[in-house]
Design a protein around this ligand. Structure first.
Ligand SMILES: [Zn+2]
Length: 296
């Protein structure tokens, strides 16, 4: 059975506000639009056990993506954000996408490789973008299981619940999976090293995670403002746009990658003068999506 055919049962949403995730905005969407930011967290769990410094580990982070989209909350649009770092556990992976090279001994649970282990970026990252190892050890099976149960499961449950609730009430739901990308790819980057990225990259897994009109609306809106926009190149979207989408049933998910150079200095990791203008554009984009696709 395809992931997209998996039945979704709405359940009551209980979200914690500790080191795992934060929900900005309402638990019930005011209109059928839901956002999530799986990679902007920077609270390092005590049991990380990495050989890299906290600053080095931030290289995997989609810095400030939760802050950029936060004004959406005042519009009644929920924004789910991971608080844990992507280098600790990547919520945008299937729970079975375990990198066996990183495991001490035999992995006895489900193994669903996506191919990302090859570039060190499976469920638990092995290396940074430049190939630097994150650990000087292998991880115990129990340790990986604990990360899945404590971080991956609640994140997915939270997102699935927000989407299912909106879909149940409105008969349709649009989901934007929010990310940012480095201006230039590293040695372990998707598509090879040293490639300058576009301003935006939209990913709908080659037209399978949302209706084509949705991707085209977002592309045309951004391009109309003068941005350089690519679709499914080099990022097609991974687990979070795949897991809960089913366009034929009115469940539409789109990955939106923003080039970090539009809003921050990648050397100092500080926002720059482009932050607020970009934030205003993103809110205009969301307003356009609500008007066109996701009216209450
Ligand atoms: Zn990301």
């Amino acid at each position: 059975m395809a992931d997209t055919d998996r039945p979704i049962h709405p359940v009551r949403l209980t979200l914690t506000h500790d080191d795992i995730l934060t929900l900005h905005g309402p638990t019930q969407a005011a209109c059928p639009l839901v956002l999530d930011s799986p990679h902007s967290g920077q609270r390092l769990p005590a049991d990380f056990g990495s050989v890299l410094t906290p600053a080095e580990l931030r290289e995997g982070e989609d810095c400030f993506i939760d802050t950029l989209y936060r004004p959406a909350a005042a519009r009644g649009i929920p924004l789910l954000a991971a608080e844990f770092p992507r280098t600790y556990l990547d919520a945008n992976r299937h729970a079975g996408d375990v990198d066996l090279e990183l495991i001490d001994g035999h992995w006895p649970h489900e193994h669903r490789p996506s191919g990302k282990a090859r570039i060190g970026k499976a469920l638990i990252w092995r290396t940074l973008d430049d190939g630097r190892p994150i650990y000087a050890r292998r991880l115990a099976v129990d340790e990986v299981q604990r990360r899945i149960e404590r971080y991956h499961a609640p994140y997915h449950r939270g997102l699935q619940t927000l989407l299912a609730d909106a879909h149940q009430r409105f008969g349709v739901v649009y989901h934007i999976n929010c990310h940012s990308m480095n201006a230039v790819s590293g040695t372990m980057g998707e598509g090879g090293a040293g490639r300058a990225r576009a301003d935006f990259v939209l990913g709908d897994r080659d037209g399978t995670t949302c209706e084509p009109a949705f991707t085209e609306f977002v592309r045309a809106t951004l391009a109309g403002w003068g941005y350089d926009v690519k679709v499914n190149d080099p990022f097609k979207g991974v687990e979070l746009v795949k897991a809960y989408s089913n366009p034929a049933a009115g469940r539409h998910s789109l990955q939106l990658e923003i080039n970090k150079r539009l809003y921050m200095d990648e050397a100092t990791l500080q926002p720059h003068e482009g932050f607020e203008p970009l934030q205003r554009r993103l809110m205009q984009l969301l307003d356009g999506i609500v008007d066109t696709f996701a009216k209450a």
